[in-house]
Write a protein that binds this ligand. Structure first.
Ligand code: ADP
Ligand code: MG
Length: 610
């Protein structure tokens, strides 16, 4: 018989492929191992990590353990003790159910496990390398399970190479640890990294757990949320509006104690804060949903951070009102007028009324790992992208005349506006305290004052930084920043850069004291600025350390620039224009926003049909 082309993959290859889905990075291993410990009924879980998980990830639990046979079975694909039939999928009470995690991890790492049940006298030791059991023997060990995963991706160099720095991998591990520790305050957890105990969390109530994780000042910044209906029970805490952060806050949703991401429900919360927080601010929240397992489907996402409710709109409506109530009850929001806001009645009559369609699109392809993982989309710095983007935008929205002009710009650095003697007409005035109107040669210029200033400050800061540290001014009243341990260590890590930027920092146990700020910095909002800096350091661009100057300069420039609505003297206008047109790139801000528009005489003529 002629041999066909189709062959079954050998097991170890199939396992490696499957591992790709489950094991993205050390943090995924952490999540799977800790979830297994929780499923095993442990009430004390230790996570021991070395080198951001690249060398070692070990989870020690005091759960039910495994007997000799199960210890071996556990590493087989689709081996699970958690479901017996497909029907069980609709009543899941456990975190795991696919029976894939251990098999996948075993395919791409070295594993050593010790485990013992309560009844057994001796436990089992098992050692596995690349899916193969290389050793198994009885061992004296306490009840429970200890699994050590070493040298992750040792047999897939391409993936090992793509692991990020220790700090970045540790940040992801930290995120997973936080999610599980928050979901289970009644269980004690510790996290030990390179021999240092980073967290030791005793069993406690939720608020205490939040405080242990985010710092002792955190509880004061929160109000409780509580709402019970037949369909869903909601509880937890949400942040007082005045503590909303400038960027991504501490935002957590848990459904039946499982952390989930939901842009849709996040939108419900943001709506509840409408009018209470600044446009760009993000409230913190720790929201728990308890819902009958019949109403949810957790099986839609390989890493299970997404969940489907059978009636998502109801959850949306109830959540929104619950949060609004809490904010209102604590006198934090303007009185809620139930007569004029029919949408607020929904939780009490939600079965009668169709809930209002919320205005948000949920991306069905949403993949939390996409941005920062293998096969990364080309990370073009927005600073460099901006011009092209503006060009394409202009092609879509503006006359081709502007597009052509921009096209020229992209090739030559704004020939019309750079390198010329800076001769303005010395005529300028402000329009709506937003634009500066002036003339240059024959052109009429409309300059966005805030963006112009951002552009100028940004480039000045960077130029200055090339030569020296940015000079610092001492604050008469140093500002104390209450930070969580993760934030403090992030600042420590980048301390030198931040000092070069002109900040003067003093580190204390649960806080950081800002004693000086860059000379240029006009803003009083030191705490806000640091919130932004932290967000940038922790999330936005953790790998582009080389770019951190640009990021910091941008934050300072944005905070210090003249704002819309600010009156400028004629001198101030002229100085700003002069500085702006000395730049190589006056036309766009570092983030690609248009700084000015110019009107040629011809196009003015055309408007007059001339
Ligand atoms: P799943 O969790 O989806 O069942 P896993 O591959 O994570 O799949 O684990 C396979 C099986 O191994 C589990 O069903 C469980 O019976 C057993 N197991 C794994 N980790 C532990 C642990 N820490 N304590 C006790 N049993 C465990
Ligand atoms: Mg599992």
């Amino acid at each position: 018989m002629k041999q066909g082309r189709i062959k079954l993959l050998p097991d170890h290859v199939a396992n490696q492929i499957a591992a790709g889905e489950v094991v993205q990075r050390p943090a995924s291993v952490v999540k799977e191992l800790m979830e297994n410990a929780l499923d095993a009924g442990a009430d004390d879980i230790k996570l021991i990590v070395k080198d951001g998980g690249k060398t070692l990830i070990q989870v020690v639990d005091n759960g039910e353990g495994m007997n000799e046979l199960d210890a071996r079975m556990a590493f087989e694909r689709h081996a699970t003790s958690k479901i017996n039939s497909a029907d069980d999928l609709f009543h899941l009470q456990t975190k795991g159910f696919r029976g894939e995690a251990l098999a996948s991890i075993a395919a791409v790492a070295h594993i050593e496990m010790k485990t013992k049940t309560a009844e057994a006298e001796l436990g089992t030791y098992i050692k596995i390398e690349g899916s193969k059991v290389v050793k198994q023997e009885p061992i004296a060990t306490p009840k429970g399970t200890s699994i050590a995963v070493k040298n992750l991706f040792y047999n897939i160099p391409a993936r090992r190479k793509f692991l990020k720095s220790v700090q970045v991998e540790m940040r992801h591990i930290n995120d997973e640890f936080f999610r599980l520790a928050l979901a289970h305050p009644d269980i004690s957890f510790s996290l030990i990294h390179n021999g240092n105990t980073v967290y030791h969390l005793p069993k406690s109530k939720l608020l205490q757990r939040i405080s242990n994780l985010f710092g002792s000042k955190m509880p004061e910044k929160l109000v409780p949320v509580e709402e019970s209906t037949d369909y869903v029970k909601i509880y937890g805490y949400t942040g007082k509006p005045e503590f909303a952060k400038l960027k991504r806050g501490e935002q957590f949703f848990f459904v039946n104690k499982r952390f989930i991401k939901s842009p849709y429900l996040n939108h419900a919360i943001l709506t509840a804060y409408e009018g209470l927080i600044k446009d760009k601010a993000y409230p913190s929240y720790f929201i728990f949903f308890e819902i009958d397992t019949e109403h949810i489907d957790v099986n839609i996402h390989p890493t299970k951070t997404e969940i489907k409710f059978d009636d998502e709109q109801t959850v949306y409506a109830i959540l929104k009102v619950a949060v609004k109530h809490s904010l209102g009850q604590f006198n934090l929001s303007p009185a809620i007028d139930f007569d004029t806001r029919p949408d607020l009645e929904i939780p009490y009559e939600y079965h009668k009324k169709p809930p209002v369609d919320p205005q948000i699109k949920v991306d069905p392809d949403f993949n939390p790992f996409k941005e920062d993982d293998f096969g990364q989309p080309a990370k073009v710095s927005p600073l460099k992208m901006s011009k092209k983007l503006a060009y394409f935008e202009s092609l879509m929205h503006e006359s081709s005349e502007t597009a052509n002009e921009l096209a020229k710009d992209i090739q030559h650095q704004d020939p019309a506006f750079t390198g010329m003697d800076n001769q303005f007409d010395l005529v300028s005035f402000q329009l709506k305290q937003k634009y500066i109107v002036t003339r240059r040669d024959e052109r009429l210029l409309l300059v966005h004052q805030n963006r112009a200033h951002i552009n100028v400050l940004y480039h000045k800061l960077l130029a200055q930084l090339q030569k020296e540290n940015i000079p610092s001014q001492q604050l008469i009243f140093p500002v104390e920043l209450q930070l969580n341990p993760g934030e403090i260590s992030s600042l420590r890590e980048h301390r030198d850069k931040i000092i070069q930027m002109g900040f003067d920092l003093k580190f204390e146990k649960e806080s950081v004291l800002v004693e000086g700020v860059p000379l240029q910095l006009q803003s009083q909002a030191v705490a806000d600025i640091f919130q932004e800096i932290l967000e940038t350091l922790q999330y936005e661009n953790p790998d582009k350390i080389s770019n951190i100057d640009e990021q910091l300069a941008l934050i300072i420039a944005e905070q210090s620039a003249v704002k819309t609505g600010q009156k400028l003297s004629e001198d101030e206008q002229q100085n700003l224009l002069k500085d702006l047109f000395e730049l190589q790139q006056p036309r766009y801000t570092p983030t690609g926003k248009k700084v000015f528009i110019s009107l040629e005489p011809e196009s003015i003529d055309r408007k007059f049909d001339l």
